[in-house]
Design a protein around this ligand. Structure first.
Ligand code: MRU
Length: 312
């Protein structure tokens, strides 16, 4: 089963428009960098590793002069602030092209490497032997270059899934449930407010989420609501894991305080009233049992050290 949210075609970058899911599977064809920037801003393509991959392909649309490449890189990096994978991938392609290499070849390599990292994360996460997993947002094929991170663990564990709907933009209700159905996996949707009751009454044995950026001390930025899940998991004595590739670790951030949090348009919440709409929150390392990475599982206390050794 293959879900292809981003692909390079003869026309440029083809993006599955995730804002139309699950009702319609429609594609956007981008031939200009600015179109990709807009698609990332509008969340037509989203998820930390996948926006990095998409932006990497977008670099192949820029004119191959140093000035144009640097300008393209800047606009792509500024499209969304929290996920480090975006700037990591763009900087990698920029460096390659400024040294005479091919943007497209580098983008393809980043895509392929991410797919392999997802497989490894799924394999390592399966060792946790979870039977009933709770997660938030979407961390599957629609967020990565492969089977996903936290969702990859669900797939490879053959676990039953409880998916938080993930207000305000319903990435859980629209995207994770869509993927679970495609994979024919047992999955139930819950409203975000039912997370505590679900942990208490449904024998959840693992709470696992993806990540947008992980600081050196293990503090982790992920979709708004993740911090709440970590606090609840502690109360109910359920292990709380983060699944992420090494490209999500940011050694330049000492703690979560240094991670920029995207605030989105209040109208995403209400067209009538003022609203506070942070897209992500920071879960402190002390609430995280461990990190499932392509290199294996690291206890949270050790990640600060080991993240340094994860290849960048
Ligand atoms: O705003 P989004 O939909 O891009 O947020 C995505 C998340 O928070 C994911 O959990 C994260 O990017 C990890 S995806 C493997």
């Amino acid at each position: 089963m293959k879900i292809r949210p981003v692909a390079w075609t003869r026309d440029g970058v083809r993006i599955l428009d995730q804002t139309q899911l699950p009702q319609r599977e429609t594609y956007i064809h981008c031939t200009r960098v600015s179109q990709v920037v807009r698609a990332i801003e509008r969340l037509q393509v989203r998820g930390a590793p996948l926006i990095g991959i998409t932006a990497a392909y977008a670099m192949a649309l820029a004119r191959p002069t140093p000035t144009a490449l640097k300008k393209a890189a800047q606009s792509l990096i500024e499209a969304r602030p929290t996920a480090i994978n975006l700037s990591w991938a763009v900087k990698r392609v920029l460096e390659k092209t400024l040294n005479g290499g091919s943007a497209l070849q580098e983008a393809r390599a980043i895509h392929k490497e991410d797919a392999a990292m997802c497989e490894a994360i799924g394999r390592h996460g399966a060792a946790l032997k979870a039977k009933r997993i709770l997660t938030i947002c979407n961390s599957g094929a629609l967020a990565t270059g492969g089977i996903g991170t936290a969702f990859g663990v669900v797939l490879r564990s053959k676990a039953e899934l409880f998916a938080c709907e993930t207000r305000p933009l319903s990435q859980g209700a629209r995207l994770t449930m869509w993927e679970a159905k495609k994979w024919k996996r047992k999955a139930q949707l819950i409203v975000d407010g039912a997370a505590a009751t679900t942990m208490k009454n449904q024998n959840i044995d693992l709470v696992i989420t993806g990540a947008d950026r992980i600081a050196r001390n293990g503090d982790t930025a992920n979709k708004i609501g993740t911090l709440g899940l970590a606090l609840m998991a502690k109360e109910f004595k359920i292990p709380f894991y983060i699944a992420a590739p090494s490209t999500t670790f940011d050694p330049s951030c000492k703690t979560g305080k240094e991670i920029p949090i995207e605030e989105r348009d209040p109208t995403e919440i209400s067209p009538h009233f003022p609203a506070y709409n942070p897209a992500f929150d920071i879960t402190p390392a002390k609430l995280i049992t461990g990190f499932v990475t392509e290199k294996g599982i690291f206890p949270a206390g050790k990640v600060a050290l080991d993240a340094q050794r994860l290849p960048k």
